[in-house]
Ligand binder design. Structure first.
Ligand code: PEP
Length: 251
C-alpha cells in the first residue's frame, strides 16, 4: 500500500547553522514518537550533508530541492543527481512551480532531471499544478495531465514506482489560500486515474500523491482525511518545528 508522507520544502531559507538547529529541533520533537507517515525535509544543497548527519538515528529523511539536467562536466553552478545522492539525501523535489516559473524549467528539462535522479537512486517528489487563471477557466485537469505526460509518462512502470507526486495549485503556494478538501480530493482522484490508465491500477494505488499549498496545522487534518490525499508538501509551515510536527500529527 502507498505511504503517507509529510515533506517539508525549506526553499531558500536558513543559513547552515539555522538549518542544523531546525533539523535538531525536529529530531528532538520526533524522538520516541512513531509518526503515522514518512517524514522528509527538503533543504538547500549546502545543508544536505550536515542535516543528513544531524538526522542519523531519526525517522526523518532528507531531500534536495533540485538536481541538474546534465550528468556531469562543464556546467558551472549546477549540482548533479550523483552529487546529491552522495550527501545522504534519498529524495529530490523536482518540477516545483517556482523553478518552472523563475528558472524556465520545461517539460523536457524536467524529464531529464527525473531520469538522472532515478539513475542515481534518488526518489523524485514531482510537483504539478495549475495557476489561478487555469483554475478559473476550469483547465486544471488538462494542465496536470500535460505535466505528467510531458515529464513522467515516458518512464517504465518500474521507474514510475519510485515517483512521489505533489499536487500543488500554484495559486495556493505561499498565499494563504488553500484548495478545499473537495477540490484536492477531486483532482487527486483524477491524477490517480491517469496513472491507472497509463501504468495500471496497482501502480496507481501504490503512488503517494501529496497536497501542497498553504497547508498548515489548522487545515492538514481535513485535507489528509481524503482518500486520495496521501500527505502534504509543506513550505512555510516546515520552517517552524512545532508547526511541522503538528502537521505530521494530523495523521
Ligand atoms: C511549497 O513551496 O511547496 C509550498 C507548498 O509552500 P507553502 O506551504 O508555503 O504554500
Amino acid at each position: 500500500m502507498r505511504k503517507n508522507i509529510v515533506a517539508g520544502n525549506w526553499k531558500m531559507n536558513k543559513t547552515l547553522q539555522e538549518g542544523k538547529e531546525l533539523a535538531a529541533e525536529l529530531k528532538q520533537l520526533l524522538a520516541g514518537a512513531k509518526p503515522a507517515c514518512d517524514v522528509i525535509i527538503g533543504t538547500p544543497f549546502i545543508h544536505l550533508v550536515t542535516v543528513s548527519e544531524e538526522l542519523k538515528g531519526s525517522v526523518i529523511k532528507v531531500a534536495a530541492q533540485n538536481n541538474a539536467d546534465k550528468e556531469s562536466g562543464a556546467y558551472t553552478g549546477e549540482v548533479s543527481a550523483s552529487m546529491v545522492k552522495s550527501t545522504g539525501a534519498e529524495y529530490v523535489i523536482l518540477g516545483h512551480s517556482e523553478r518552472r516559473a523563475y528558472y524556465g524549467e520545461t517539460y523536457e528539462i524536467l524529464k531529464e532531471k527525473v531520469l538522472l535522479a532515478l539513475k542515481n537512486s534518488l526518489k523524485p517528489i514531482f510537483c504539478i499544478g495549475e495557476v489561478k487563471e487555469e483554475r478559473e477557466a476550469g483547465k486544471q485537469n488538462d494542465v496536470v495531465k500535460a505535466q505528467l505526460e510531458g515529464s513522467l509518462f515516458n518512464l517504465s512502470k518500474e521507474e514510475f514506482s519510485n515517483i512521489v507526486l505533489a499536487y500543488e495549485p500554484v495559486w495556493a503556494i505561499g498565499t494563504g489560500l488553500t484548495a478545499t478538501p473537495q477540490q484536492a480530493q477531486e483532482i487527486h482522484a483524477y491524477i490517480r486515474g491517469l496513472i491507472a490508465a497509463k501504468y495500471g491500477s496497482e501502480v496507481a494505488e501504490n503512488t503517494s500523491i501529496l497536497y501542497g499549498g498553504s497547508c498548515n496545522p489548522g487545515n492538514a487534518k481535513e485535507l489528509f482525511s481524503n482518500p486520495d490525499v496521501d500527505g502534504g508538501l509543506i513550505g512555510g509551515a516546515s520552517l517552524k518545528a512545532a508547526d511541522f510536527k503538528a502537521i505530521i500529527d494530523a495523521f
